[in-house]
Design a protein around this ligand. Structure first.
Ligand SMILES: [Zn+2]
Length: 217
């Protein structure tokens, strides 16, 4: 894929919004503004194939200084435009537009939104939870970027381990090396499943809350 980094506006939320709207028009995804925050609209896109059960949840951009997530999610969707409407998708292209615009991990009030899913007093998170709770998902992926990483790694919910994580890493490993470290330094935890996978405890009912402790990411 050819990127023009000079003109590529990776921190430009309006540009990301515009591309998603255009892609949705072409592919039949249904877009909905489910909340607004800091003068930005927050979008959710669902495919016609999404049902109450068996869905696929994809989100990115909850940490605004990790623009690779929103960009990768968009690029993936664009690349698979012809099949998007047939996959049971619920997509949140960017959960922290202010952070993306300002290259900040947090929102404008210095909250790490990824640590706020246990709260019910943030309208943006409350609104997202209402959407999510109408479905059960067979796959939930929350995309992050780690600029200290030496390669790709993922966290998996401990109680629900499948082969999928390893398959995913095998596929990713074709393009990006797997992080070889036994300890992910910023996480201060051992990757028990070395070669990229870290098991975690998590509350599957809150897909946005991909962690239940205070380590970063
Ligand atoms: Zn992150």
């Amino acid at each position: 894929m050819n990127f023009d980094f000079q003109s590529h506006r990776i921190h430009d939320y309006r540009f990301l919004e515009k591309r998603w709207r255009s892609l949705a028009r072409r592919t039949g995804l249904r877009g909905k503004v489910y909340a607004s925050a800091e003068d930005f609209d927050l979008w959710c896109y669902c495919s016609p194939a999404l049902r109450q059960t068996g869905g696929i949840y994809l989100s990115a951009g909850i940490h605004g200084d990790e623009p690779a997530g929103p960009e990768a999610l968009y690029q993936w969707a664009e690349l698979h435009a012809s099949v998007l409407r047939d996959l049971p998708l619920m997509i949140f292209p960017c959960l922290n537009p202010w952070g993306l615009e300002n290259n900040r991990r947090t929102d404008s009030e210095n909250r790490d939104l990824n640590r706020c899913y246990h709260l019910d007093d943030l309208p943006r998170i409350k609104a997202q939870k209402i959407l999510i709770q109408q479905h059960s998902f067979r796959l939930v992926m929350c995309l992050h970027e780690d600029y200290d990483a030496q390669g790709v790694y993922l966290y998996e919910v401990r109680k629900k381990l499948t082969l999928f994580g390893r398959e995913l890493l095998a596929a990713a490993g074709y393009y990006v090396p797997l992080d070889p470290r036994k300890m992910i330094a910023t996480e201060e935890r051992e990757s028990r499943y070395s070669r990229g996978t870290i098991r975690i405890r998590a509350r599957p009912e809150n897909p946005g809350a991909d962690r239940d402790d205070s380590a970063s990411d």
